[in-house]
Ligand binder design. Structure first.
Ligand code: SAM
Ligand code: SF4
Length: 328
């Protein structure tokens, strides 16, 4: 069993399969994009497989594929199939912007994918296109329907709450959860790298942050009632709303410390184990992978390096990697 220095069991691995993306969300990337990692620096599928197999032997049970945008990496269903077949891995899931989901959902489901989280910050096509710098809301919603038709359920929506951008839509976004057991998770804006000016009509990134307490107050008309987290896989508080028709979550790394129940490690696309999203310490896995050395000691080292909690309140912005590099 992988246990960290504070006796928290580590059972969940987020794997970033690429740092590339087909969108440029204002809070994640600059409009001109960023310099991608060269292909040789990105873990090959066999290397990701080897890493997850070692992790499974140490007690990792759930794997979430993320990015960048995981669906832009060629042949992703093949990776899903490889990972889903690893003994001990109970669930392979995916976080995506949904643009390519309509086309890929059937193949992903057939490969053994269990669920998808889809990022969706607005239900207004124009606003959605502005936030994502060019994304089509319609295409994403068709992707969600395709995912549900293939049994990739319950779909969870990730909404980054942004003052001056989508605060007026929280009730409408929460109402997405009324159908098909979907969940809507409202996420506090995190002060990661690439918080350069977002563009005309947007607030300064420092002013867009909305604390979870305020998000919850704004959802009060839906009468949110706290429930035990349904997934057991992350730092979210869950609530039933509107007579139990829907479930919403609040992900609040800044306003609340959920670190006490943190159960995860991250593997970056270039092969570093990252003990904490909000801490720049990393353990390189790639040299050992490419030299055929055992990986277990590196997972154990990364688990030991997990801090008891983050210190974002003391240190307002991360200097190192942006979200699309870490995988969110
Ligand atoms: N491209 C995929 C997507 O957008 O779902 C997966 C990668 S993305 C980095 C993972 C999650 O991180 C998304 O839900 C996104 O909204 C969130 N995210 C990115 N930058 C963020 C920030 N600065 N604060 C909070 N969440 C952020
Ligand atoms: Fe791409 Fe996801 Fe970042 Fe948006 S949040 S730019 S979709 S990686």
């Amino acid at each position: 069993m992988l246990v960290d220095g504070y006796r928290r069991p580590v059972t969940y691995l987020r794997v970033s399969v690429t740092d590339r993306c087909n969108l440029r969300c204002v809070y994640c990337m600059p409009p001109e994009g960023i310099e991608w990692q060269p292909h040789a620096g990105i873990l090959r599928y066999e290397e990701i497989y080897a890493a997850v197999r070692a992790a499974a032997g140490l007690g990792i049970r759930s794997v979430r594929l993320t990015g960048g945008e995981p669906l832009v990496r060629a042949g992703l269903p093949a990776l899903v199939e490889m990972l889903a077949a690893i003994p001990g891995i109970q669930e392979v899931s995916l976080t995506t912007n949904g643009l390519l989901l309509e086309k890929m959902a059937p193949e992903l489901a057939q490969a053994g994918l269990k669920r998808v989280n889809v990022s969706l910050d607005s239900l207004s096509p124009e606003r959605f296109a502005r936030i994502t710098r060019g994304g089509s809301l319609d295409q994403v919603l068709r992707g969600v329907q395709a995912a549900e038709a293939c049994g990739l359920t319950p779909v969870k929506f990730n909404v980054v709450v942004l003052r001056g951008v989508n605060l007026d839509e929280l009730l409408d976004l929460a109402a997405l959860s009324f159908e098909n057991k979907r969940q809507v998770r409202f996420i506090e804006l995190m002060p990661v790298k690439n918080q350069a000016p977002w563009g005309e009509g947007f607030p300064a990134s420092g002013q867009a942050y909305v604390p979870a307490g305020e998000i919850l107050r704004r959802l009060a008309p839906l009468d949110p009632q706290p429930v035990a987290s349904t997934c057991g896989c992350g730092p979210a508080r869950s609530y039933t709303i509107a007579g139990g028709r829907g479930v919403i979550g609040l992900i609040s790394p800044i306003g609340d410390h959920f670190c006490g129940s943190c159960n995860r490690l991250r593997l970056t696309a270039d092969g570093n184990l990252r003990p904490c999203l909000l801490n720049d310490q990393e353990v390189p896995l790639r040299p050992a992978l490419r030299a055929g050395q055992p990986l277990e000691p590196l997972f154990e080292q990364a688990a030991r390096l997990k801090p008891s909690g983050h210190q974002l309140d003391l240190r307002p912005a991360l200097g190192g990697r942006s979200m699309r590099q870490i995988g969110g």
